[in-house]
Structure formats: C-alpha cells, structure tokens
Design a protein around this ligand. Structure first.
Ligand code: ADP
Ligand code: NI
Length: 215
C-alpha cells in the first residue's frame, strides 16, 4: 500500500512537470479532476486501483492535438516513466492501452481495446468535458485555437471520420453537437452515467440561453 502511494506521488510530480505549459483545459487541474473523479467512480467497480490512478494521471501527458497529431509521444513518455519506477510489464501495458484508447476522436471508430479500468478513466475524462467545466474548457480550447464562438453559416458535422475530426476548425458551439452532447449516451459505468445526465442538462440550458441571446 505504501509502495503504491509512492508510485502515485511520483506520477503526480511527473505529470505536473510535463504539463507546466499546457492549455488551460488540458492542464494539471484537468488531470487532477479526472484523477479524483476516476477514484470516485472506481469505488463502485471491480478494478485494479493502481491501473485506474496511473491511467487517469498519465492519460493526457502528450495529447496528440498539441503534438502535430502524433499519437505515440504520450504512450512513449508514459512507458519510460513507468519503466523508471520498475512497474510490472502487465501494469505498463494496461496503462498504455488506456492512454491509447481513451479518446473520442469523432466517435465513429471501432473500439479495439476495452477494460473496466479504461471504462472508469474514460468516464471521468468525459465528465470533465461536460457541465459548467465542460463549457469553460470548450471555449478555452476554441480561444486557444482562435475559433469563432458560433457561426450560423457553419452547421455541425455528425459524421466526421477520425482524420476530419482531428483537422476540424469549426466554431466552438459546433463542438457541443459534434461531441459534448453525445457523451451521456456513451458512458461506461452507472455512476458515470448519472453524473453525465445532470451535466448534460446544464449544457442544454446553456445552449438555449446562448441562442436566445444571439437573437
Ligand atoms: P478528444 O477525445 O475529442 O480528442 P479531448 O477529450 O482531449 O478530445 O478533449 C477535451 C476537451 O477539449 C473537450 O471536451 C473540449 O472541452 C476541448 N475540445 C477538444 N476539441 C474541441 C473543439 N473542436 N472545440 C472546442 N473544444 C474542444
Ligand atoms: Ni483528458
């Protein structure tokens, strides 16, 4: 147990260091919220707690969105870090599978890996994309990418491939229809689903007001 605490403490220090320059929606505090939420969801599931915590802590250390689409940097950095701690190969492989398979990327792709641990971390990550925090993160990301808030001439595209989704430059409001409002029906755990429904409702209220004020 004490051994596991040391591993977690080392992971926290490593992630904080890696994310010092991160965009506000993908910074240490995003990781912190996902980590705490994953622990909360995991309490009701049968999982390896160390895999859940490491998966949550390491899931965004090098998001491909911020690395020219390269999806191998995060897994490589996480592997090197876990090897330096002497973790068992099975743990390292499982955590890397979580990092590789957590992302939505348009949602139209076949899921090639699943475990309850991935389900828990994915739910925690998705919950951070919903509700008040989800709205704040979406507009922060849009600002970071210099996107329009909304453009009535550009309609949401619900059938994007993984590649089109990654290249999209659409207004931030479109992201609600292309991703955020779809998440509540894709939750893996009962706890995650309940929390997602509540946060979804708040986003619907926000959108109603947004369009009313738009005129
Ligand atoms: P994905 O799994 O879709 O690649 P992430 O889970 O890393 O992306 O996305 C995290 C958050 O980043 C989203 O929930 C949202 O807040 C923000 N984000 C990502 N793409 C966009 C976008 N096109 N417009 C606005 N926000 C975005
Ligand atoms: Ni994340």
């Amino acid at each position: 147990m004490q051994e596991q605490q040391k591993i977690i403490d080392a992971a926290v220090a490593f992630v904080k260091e890696e994310l010092t320059e991160a965009e506000g929606g993908h910074d240490w505090w995003h990781i912190y919220r996902v980590w705490q939420q994953a622990r909360h969801i995991a309490a009701k599931e049968t999982v390896d707690p160390l895999v859940v915590e490491l998966g949550a802590l390491l899931h965004d250390i090098a998001d491909s969105k911020f690395h020219d689409g390269d999806e191998n940097i995060g897994p490589a950095k996480a592997t090197a870090f876990m090897l330096s701690l002497g973790l068992p190969e099975a743990t390292i492989t499982h955590v890397v599978n979580i990092i590789r398979h957590i992302s939505f990327k348009g949602g139209n792709n076949e899921q090639t890996f699943y475990s309850t641990e991935l389900g828990v971390v994915q739910d925690a990550d998705r919950l951070d994309a919903l509700g008040a925090i989800g709205i704040a993160r979406a507009f922060n990301y849009g600002g970071f990418k210099n996107r329009a808030l909304y453009d009535p001439g550009i309609t949401p595209d619900l059938n994007m491939s993984r590649e089109t989704y990654k290249k999209s430059t659409a207004p931030t409001i479109n992201h609600f229809y292309e991703k955020l409002l779809l998440l509540k029906d894709r939750m893996n755990t009962t706890t995650g689903k309940e929390l997602a429904i509540e946060r979804h409702g708040f986003m619907e209220t926000f959108l109603e007001k947004f369009f009313k004020e738009w005129g």
